[in-house]
Design a protein around this ligand. Structure first.
Ligand SMILES: [Zn+2]
Length: 276
C-alpha cells in the first residue's frame, strides 16, 4: 500500500501525538516491563501481569497461595479444568498468578531406566521442566536417575513406596506407605485414591496433595496420537498434566510428549516444575 505524501505526513503526525499521549499517561505500562512478563508471542499483559517479578521470587521460595492474584479469565479457565476432573487441588494454586501460559507436566511411577532418560531428553529439547512423582521403591533402585533429573532442574514428588490403594490399607500401613516415599513437599496418591485420613497423613508429613487437571490416559497405551490430542485439547494456563515415565512401555508417551511440546511452545506455553 502506498499513500500520497500529504496523507503520509498526516499519519506520521497522528502517530507522534499518540506516542506523546502514551508517554504522558502515568499508568501506561513500560514496554520493557511488559516484555519481561508477557507470556507468549501475543504479548498480552493484563494489569495483574506486571506483579510477577516479586511474585516469582515469592513463588520460588514458598508454596504459599496467592489468592486474588490470578486474572478473572485465568481463574475461570482453571475452575473449568477443576470441574472437569473434580480436582481437589486446583491447578491455579500453583501458578504464578500472572495469566502466564505455564503448564505443569508431571510424570508418575518412575524412575525407570529406559523411559525416564528418554523423557528427560525430550524435556531438554523443548527447554521444559517437569515434576516426577516417583515410587520410593524405584527411587531406591535408581538413585542416579533421581540425581540426574534433579540436576536438570526438575522436581520430585512422593507417589508412595509401593503404589497401593491407600484407602484400602489399615491406617498404620497407609501411613508407612506415605512416609517411606521420597522427600518432597508434594504428594500424589496412587490411582487418585484419597480421603481425609490420607490427606491428613500427607499434611502432617508437610506434603501437599497434588492431583491433575489433564489425564492423558497414557498408561492405557491408546496410541501416541491420542495421547498428544489429550494434552493439546486439555491444557489451559496453569494446568497440571498427568503422564507416566514408569510402569510399562512408555514409547507412546515419549513420542506424544515431543509432538505436543512442539505445538504448545508454538502457542506460547512454557513448562515448569511444581515447587515441590
Ligand atoms: Zn501411579
Amino acid at each position: 500500500m502506498t499513500l500520497p505524501p500529504g496523507k503520509l505526513f498526516l499519519l506520521a503526525a497522528l502517530l507522534f501525538v499518540a506516542a506523546l499521549a502514551q508517554a504522558a499517561t502515568p499508568s501506561a505500562p513500560s514496554k520493557t516491563g511488559d516484555r519481561n512478563v508477557a507470556a507468549g508471542p501475543a504479548g498480552r499483559a493484563p494489569a495483574t501481569a506486571r506483579v510477577p517479578v516479586a511474585a516469582i521470587t515469592k513463588h520460588k521460595l514458598t508454596t504459599a497461595r496467592r489468592p486474588g492474584s490470578a486474572s478473572k479469565a485465568h481463574q475461570s479457565r482453571a475452575r473449568q479444568g477443576s470441574q472437569r476432573t473434580g480436582t481437589p487441588v486446583r491447578a491455579d494454586d500453583w501458578t504464578l498468578g500472572n495469566d502466564g501460559k505455564v503448564i505443569y507436566l508431571t510424570f508418575d511411577d518412575g524412575p525407570q531406566p529406559e523411559f525416564t532418560p528418554k523423557v528427560l531428553t525430550v524435556l531438554a529439547r523443548h527447554h521444559a521442566k517437569a515434576t516426577f512423582f516417583v515410587l520410593g521403591r524405584e527411587a531406591a533402585k535408581y538413585p542416579d536417575l533421581i540425581a540426574t533429573l534433579l540436576s536438570q532442574g526438575h522436581t520430585l514428588g512422593n507417589h508412595t513406596w509401593d503404589h497401593p490403594q491407600l484407602t484400602k490399607l489399615p491406617p498404620e500401613r497407609m501411613r508407612q506407605e506415605i512416609l517411606s516415599g521420597v522427600k518432597s513437599k508434594c504428594f500424589r496418591p496412587p490411582y487418585r485414591d484419597t480421603n481425609a485420613a490420607v490427606a491428613a497423613v500427607a499434611a502432617a508429613n508437610h506434603q501437599r496433595e497434588v492431583l491433575w487437571d489433564v489425564d492423558t490416559k497414557d498408561w492405557d497405551k491408546p496410541g501416541a496420537a491420542k495421547i498428544e490430542r489429550q494434552i493439546l485439547r486439555g491444557v489451559f494456563p496453569g494446568a497440571v498434566v498427568l503422564l507416566h515415565d514408569g510402569g510399562g512401555d512408555r514409547t507412546q508417551t515419549v513420542t506424544a510428549l515431543d509432538r505436543a511440546l512442539t505445538q504448545l511452545t508454538a502457542r506460547g506455553y512454557t513448562f515448569r516444575a511444581l515447587p515441590c
